[in-house]
Design a protein around this ligand. Structure first.
Ligand SMILES: [Fe+2]
Length: 353
């Protein structure tokens, strides 16, 4: 038996998430000599994420890169983002390691990246190391007082960065953030809440930084596998925005993760329904779609206001929260004022400014 001395009192399992039964069996067997290391096996990555969302907290997660439905990077990104003050540590396992996969995984918070199959002894060494580091890190509550940028400046920098990567959306984020604030006002949100929303909403698509160019800039419709990669932007955004030092950052993370959820539970990445999706994300979902519809894009003309409003109303209760749609309706005069004031600015206006 190999002792993991710091962990005697920790009975939480090391979770293995892999759709391949034989690999799961091998890993469980290989980890058996680590005393105090309980192993739980999860073949369905989506179900595993649902359990974690419901409060399960493994000590460490070993997740396979290639899996159907939700792949390893998306699982890892979600794990990194769930408890920003003390994230669940995870290791990515892949059959073929490349610089790109390793950089992506590390960027999303992976503790380690393993090229499988590994010898049992090496697997145990890497897992032991990750467990030791996880115990040593503990809650990441440190703050770096002193060298502080004004928060609004920092958020503006991030928003510009997001736009630089995705220049088809241009001033979209500025308009939709203001539309979101108009809706929030109708919903009775406080001034400070609305101020935070104005900073947080423009970052909703920042995870697109992690989506390959060939997909982000593809002129035509996306194939199903390309769509799956595009959908990762929600979990990527949440992983990038993890951190507990700022309420605005916590809000931005929630928006990035949940702005493609649907009120009927048919959205992604978690399939949250109703009020399980944070209010700010339900607001941004409406503002985002309204602006996308009323703006010209390379692949479509701009819809007129009436058609776009009718689309939002027609999807109340399915795609959108009915309470948010009612607030959108009430805020419409204000929203149209904003639209007129901001207009259709050149795509890179903010980047060049
Ligand atoms: Fe998005």
């Amino acid at each position: 038996m190999e002792l993991i001395t710091h962990s005697d009192s920790d009975e939480r399992p090391v979770a293995v998430v892999d759709d391949n039964a034989a690999d799961c069996h091998w890993i469980r067997t290989a980890l058996r000599p680590l005393e105090g290391c309980l192993v739980s096996v999860h073949r369905d990555s989506r179900r595993f994420l649902a359990a974690v969302m419901a409060g399960e907290r493994p000590r460490l997660v070993l997740v396979n890169y290639q899996m159907p439905l939700v792949d390893g990077l998306e699982v890892g990104a979600t794990l990194s983002s769930l408890h920003p003050e003390d994230p669940i540590r995870w290791i990515l396992m892949t059959g073929r390691i490349t610089d790109e996969i390793e950089a992506q995984a590390r960027g999303l918070g992976a503790s380690d990246v393993l090229e499988m199959p590994l010898r049992g002894e090496e697997l145990r060494r890497r897992v032991r190391k990750a467990l030791t580091l996880a115990a040593a890190w503990g809650p990441a509550g440190e703050t770096h007082a002193g060298a502080r940028l004004p928060e609004s400046d920092l958020f503006d920098v991030l928003a510009r960065l997001a736009r630089l990567r995705d220049d088809t959306t241009g001033s979209h984020v500025r308009r939709m953030a203001r539309y979101s604030v108009c809706i929030a006002q109708q919903l009775g949100c406080s001034q400070s809440h609305r101020d935070a929303l104005l900073l947080a909403a423009p970052l909703h698509d920042i995870g697109k930084i992690g989506v390959p160019d060939r997909i982000l800039n593809k002129p035509g419709a996306l194939e199903p596998d390309e769509m799956a990669l595009m959908r990762r932007h929600a979990a990527y955004g949440a992983a990038v925005l993890r951190g507990a030092g700022s309420a605005t950052l916590v809000m931005a993370r929630a928006i990035a993760l949940c702005h493609h959820e649907r009120f009927d539970g048919g959205g992604y990445p978690q399939g949250l329904a109703g009020e399980a999706t944070p209010l700010e994300a339900r607001i941004v979902a409406v503002a985002d779609v309204f602006d996308a519809l009323t703006t010209r894009r390379p692949y479509k003309a701009a819809w007129d206001t009436e058609a776009a409003v009718n689309f939002i109303r027609a999807n109340s209760g399915t795609q959108f929260d009915p309470a948010v749609v009612r607030a959108f309706d009430a805020a419409l005069p204000m929203i149209l004022d904003v639209k007129f004031a901001l207009g259709d600015e050149p795509a890179k206006e903010q980047v060049d400014a």
